[in-house]
Ligand binder design. Sequence first.
Ligand SMILES: Nc1ncnc2c1ncn2[C@@H]1O[C@H](COP(=O)(O)OP(=O)(O)OP(=O)(O)O)[C@@H](O)[C@H]1O
Ligand SMILES: [Mg+2]
Ligand SMILES: [Zn+2]
Length: 331
Amino acid sequence: MTHNGRLLARAREALEEERRINQAEQQRRTDLIYREIPETEQIDRQMRRQMSELVRLTLSKPADLSERLEALREDNLDLQIRRAELLTEHGYPIDYLDEIFSCKLCRDTGNVNGALCSCMEKRYNRELTRELSGLLHDGEESFERFDLSLYPDTPEETSGISPRSAMSIVFQACRSFAESFPDVSANLLLRGSTGLGKTYLSACIAQKVAEKGFSVCYDTAVSALEAFEKQKFSRIPEEAENAALRVDRMLSCDLMILDDLGTEMVTPASVSALYTLINTRLSRGKQTVINTNCSDEELQRRYTPQITSRLFGEYLELPFYGSDIRLLIKN
Ligand SMILES: Nc1ncnc2c1ncn2[C@@H]1O[C@H](COP(=O)(O)OP(=O)(O)OP(=O)(O)O)[C@@H](O)[C@H]1O
Ligand SMILES: [Mg+2]
Ligand SMILES: [Zn+2]
């Protein structure tokens, strides 16, 4: 099966699961109401009898069919009104016992007029990101688990800044970015030396944004920019095609996370690919999070003014402080 087909199948399974949950919830409500207001159960039984009566009548076609149908309709209406009254009298909404749908558009069929419903696209994106979260350590990373105590509370000698208080601001900026997504005005540039939690925090962002049903792509600069080159230059058709799919996803996904910018080899092709990625996403109004160890000067040395002016102008820089957490955790 193709990549797409597999994810779509998982999205359909997710829909099935939601349906089961909704049906169980409806059953729970029915049991509850029948116990609390026994008259509703009698009404439901009566209404079911009316349904079979309706079928019987339309099949047997008696002479006075229309009068009897009319009488049936009126009885049914009375029952519906009585049932609604009972529910509201006991403090329940009128539709409390109705069938429950996660999506009103497709009534949980997944399709609208033969096309995939938008709720299926959301499920598909969620599956896409679940795959991505495997890449980011099985979805271990979350804002709830982010540990501020890993950052020293004593001011750094050179800057006089307490890493913990600086990182608390970085943390809040990342969380509010993810929570407000896609209503965010800037892109993010997470910057700092190795082992300070840039990848960790961007994984938290990815997790949260994907949970909300947006498509998220994660890749390192090395591998992302390589895909651009393979798309253009690979002699193996299948490889070129795969690369083209990946590039397309990187350009069009709702959130792109480009990790470790500055670790890739600088070539005219990689710089041009980076420009395409940054510029295309900006012009499409799609958000990007970039992680790097590079200072402004290093960025300027590596890339073109077209790239750095976009990074400095359109990205909110979040500087990371502290000392290598990898070493801390090891000891
Ligand atoms: N706030 C945190 N709470 C718990 N664990 C953390 C936190 N920040 C980082 N870690 C852990 O510390 C290690 C280093 O973090 P991370 O990989 O995010 O650093 P980085 O800034 O991306 O480094 P590099 O520049 O080398 O890529 C990882 O194992 C990560 O899981
Ligand atoms: Mg990293
Ligand atoms: Zn739907």
